[in-house]
Design a protein around this ligand. Structure first.
Ligand code: NCD
Length: 304
């Protein structure tokens, strides 16, 4: 078994702060409006075993904006349906000429396994309930554009933390840089063990406590597709945790409202909150293209 190829991006937990800053700095030089040839001739394989809109389209546009070719393989309609294993799919994609594989998979660790067996970089576009490193990097980029530093920032993360790879990656990233993170959600979606994810994490049971005085309010979707057997009353959830304008007002005046998407208006946040001036939801998506350009350039050794 080999080590993951240099340039792979498997998670934030084991990524050094210096590497994170390098990617964020490189992202500042990227511009999808100006087509470039940095990755001309490179083949970017997008391998998606789970639904995706933002992550998939932005990796594709990022690759094409740098002059690379892209091919999309979805689990439905491919030989994965015929029972081909993950690694055999990887060897096949390497065989057709992939220079990098961007993959999303329902199981934690799937991209790590792929990376250990292939001699090309693998980028984790979300693995089960584990990590979503490119989302944390684009969220960090979005915050830094507005807040200058992470140090001392109060970040409230509200919602389905348990199922959220976005929350996990964001917690790892933001705590490496000295942000103060408070998590809020019902006990089923926010077990006490979440506190062990990073030192200094604070768990509270009301949205109000988390949001009060926050610089950033991150809202998460209730991941109905992963609830399997959990009894969550959406009515209760809405009453206690939905981010409304009234709750958002408890945060600092210039607080940022963030959400990785997809948003479910009327559930984890209200329509007004989704469209309010503090909402970064569309900006996060826009920054996602820039940050993924940097991730791909780094993966293919062009991060100069
Ligand atoms: C998230 C995901 O797939 O982890 N979306 C995303 O990539 N922006 C969050 C979610 O599905 O709720």
């Amino acid at each position: 078994m080999m080590k993951a190829t240099r340039g792979s991006l498997l998670g934030i937990e084991h990524l050094e702060a210096g590497e994170i800053l390098k990617i964020l700095t490189l992202a500042r030089r990227m511009n999808p409006q100006k087509p470039q040839t940095l990755l001309r001739g490179k083949k970017v394989l997008l391998l998606f075993y789970e639904a995706s809109t933002r992550t998939r389209s932005s990796f594709e546009i990022a690759a094409k904006s740098l002059g690379a070719m892209t091919t999309l393989v979805l689990s439905s309609g491919s030989s994965i349906e015929k029972g081909e294993s993950l690694l055999d799919t990887g060897y096949t994609l390497r065989g057709v000429g992939a220079d990098v594989i961007v993959m999303r998979h329902p199981h934690a660790g799937a991209p790590h396994l792929m990376a250990q067996h292939l001699d090309i970089p693998v980028i984790n576009a979300g693995d089960g309930m584990h990590e979503h490193p490119s989302q944390a990097l684009l969220d960090a980029y979005t915050i830094l554009r507005r807040k200058k530093t992470f140090k001392g920032l109060q970040i409230a993360i509200v919602g389905d933390i348990y199922h959220s790879r976005v929350a996990r990656s964001n917690i790892h990233l933001l705590s490496k840089f000295g942000a103060k993170i408070t998590l809020a959600g019902p006990p089923e979606l926010l077990p006490e063990t979440a506190a062990t994810l990073a030192p200094g994490l604070h768990i509270v049971r009301t949205a109000e406590e988390a949001v009060r005085g926050a610089d950033v309010v991150m809202v998460l979707r209730v991941q109905k597709e992963r609830l399997a057997g959990m009894k969550i009353s959406l009515q209760d959830y809405i009453a206690r945790y939905q981010i409304t304008l009234q709750r958002l007002k408890l945060a600092k005046k210039d607080a940022l409202l963030m959400h990785p998407g997809p948003i479910i208006r009327g559930l984890e946040l209200t329509w007004e909150v989704a469209d309010c001036p503090q909402s970064m939801i569309v900006e996060e998506v826009r920054n996602g293209v820039i940050v993924r350009m940097a991730i791909l350039a780094r993966a293919l050794g062009k991060a100069k």
